[in-house]
Write a protein that binds this ligand. Sequence first.
Ligand code: BGC
Length: 813
Amino acid sequence: MARLTLEEKAALCSGISNWETTPIKRLGIPAVMMTDGPHGLRKEVESAAVTNVFKDSVPATCFPPAVTLASSWDTDLLREVGNAIGAECLDQGVSTLLGPGINIKRSPLCGRNFEYFSEDPFLTGELAAAYIQGVQENGIGTSLKHYAVNSQEYRRLTISAEIDERALREIYLKAFEIAVKKSQPYTIMCSYNLINGVHASDNRKLLGDILRKEWEFEGIVVSDWGAVNDRVKGIVAGLDLEMPSSNGILDREIIQAVRSGRLDVKDLDETVKRILQFVFRCAATREKTAAYKADYEKNHLLARKAAASGAVLLKNEDGILPLPDGADLAVIGQLARKPRYQGSGSSRISPRRLVSFCDHMDAINARFSYAPGYTLQGDGYDKKYIDDAVALAGNKEYVLVFVGLTDEYESEGFDRTHLEMPRGHDELVRKLCEVSDRVVVVSNCGSPVLMPWLDEVGAVLNLYLGGEAGGEAAHDLLFGMINPSGKLAETFPLRLEDGLSSRYFGMGPRRIEYRESIFVGYRDYDTGKKGVLFPFGYGLSYTDFSYADLELSAAKINENETLTVTFELKNTGNHDGAEVAQIYIRDIDSTVFKADKELKGFQKIFLKKGETRTVTVDLNRDAFAFYNTKNSGWCVESGDFEILVGSSSRDIRLQATVRIDAAEKEIPDLRNIAPFYYDFQGADEVPLKQFEALIGRNMPPDILVKKGGIDFNSTIGDLGVTTFGKIFKWAVHRFSTIVLPRDAEEFEKIMVREGAMSLPLRSIFAMTDGAITYDATLGLLMAFNGRTCRGLYRFVKAMLARKPTGKTEIYGK
Ligand code: BGC
């Protein structure tokens, strides 16, 4: 530290490239590499084309994405997958993997839900912790992201999530808290958005007070790519590393701030110390493992096992599945040949060996007839394809139809607007049901969909997105080599409007109100007593399980004692198989508003047919606590709590009551000012006044930017307030897709266009690696606010004055 100059310290605070930290060669400080994942490795090929998201990457094992892994509810599996990905990082010289993503699925509409685990924070946190431990056992870092409250894609770079303290703590931060405390990720990635008006990247409360002080996080905080708002405030708040490189533009702000006294050098030193610890920790692993070779064959088998574990059997009427060997089979739907096996965006892996269902059937010489059924473009509807499929299906004993969402329907960068599958897929299933009563649907979706044909089909196997071996896993499950054991980690609603959050999803331009507070997912559906298509925690098996003999270690405990819950689980069916037993807690009489039930424990248990096992789950104070806004801490309210043990959130098999004695007396009672939250059955709107009472402030009108009001946080999409802005906006929209290859698909174009429109002006210098300088951006800002000539003059002058030497030239490769 003593030998570093101020310039070098500042240089260490940002990357040198898209993926590497800055080396200081004269002192032997190396650069270390971080790359995307999280369900595999996306290490870009250096020579590949310009864009960030779509560059070719080095082939790696493509495991199923988070949505599928989560439905396994299997922490051992998550650890194993994490471990295998960590091993591939060693092989490819990557020091830190940019994942897992653990934002809460507030609404099924979030375009990036496939990359997140669940609507429940406890399940999310436990799974993420296991995954992180698995990766980090290799000496490879992880980046837990996106911290925090980043549950939508719409205007994700600039929107402010307005949220009450309980929802923040109990739902949106809880998973981070569990994962940080249990697994200490090397890094945490802060999100782009603002939380209650403060950017995540300079949010002292989130980064300093909660993450570092309360949770004792020891690693570094990395900005999401281009998320830095105020670099100096960020250092003080606890943001360590700016990524990617803005070619030193923001490093210079740090230097100036130290020189002018705005930033205490001690704060900078703390940041630099943490960055150095991170860099040397990663470098030590590289040194030890330079010649490491990963076992990709083994990892492919693990990907197959993971895909099978995460698939959820949603319907199986009259035991139509598993299919008999040699079944007379029609396989319909292009997704059987060209599976959708992962989501799109920064997490897209180049799989080493992609095996579709049809590939696998061919490889094992299984007989089947195939028809494409739909196209993979737009709504997929093609009458001729449907007619051909129907003609084929009519002659076969079983019809296996693969349907799902294509990338145009869900992706990073934009949200969904409805829950329907492409029309051509729905139509196809309906028509097939007219000619066959043995239709088995296999779905490939990254998030919940509606199933208007559900009553007419025999079975539905929800594969979600199966990763590179999803086709083999589908075969294993459909033919009964493996017994399905996945359970939904999210609710499938009957209608989009049923979710309280659906009315307040997206919003904008500047603000999004989390009006439903803690009532997310099943906490909303169960408390509001709403019907659902499939409940949280639901999933069928080829066998049956019985639950019996629930015992609590005591009928009455003190809040600091642990309650041990035991029960007998028996496999009463005819197949070996695994069950996910779930433990929920219901607070019977509470002064604060509470959800009908909350998941507080789960275990996945494999039982041979006829086998019985005693299951034991410990519940400690955390399981009964809520976040008390009166004294800013977690507390328990004395009273009776029901312990519910079941096979899903709506299939509770056993229950018992425990009395808890707790010290806390100061409990907020909002029954008079916000009664909605105590009883919202039948309601579909959250009164604004009551939300304001809950959050403790009024929501000013949310208006679009006006002429003169364009600032660094205005987006390109906001620029239409002056003529020059309009032209600029039009040009960006029109020409943004030139960064894509000629044969780019429609979803890639949508993603790039939407991405460009939601880009704030501060990203211009950050994302162009400083090619457009800070001063030049200031010129543009003047022009966008109506001073077109002066602004453009300043822009051109600044561009001409650009220094030829940037960060790479100084600290170099
Ligand atoms: C995404 C991150 C990702 C980063 C680097 C961002 O746009 O939000 O999840 O790790 O890009 O590709």
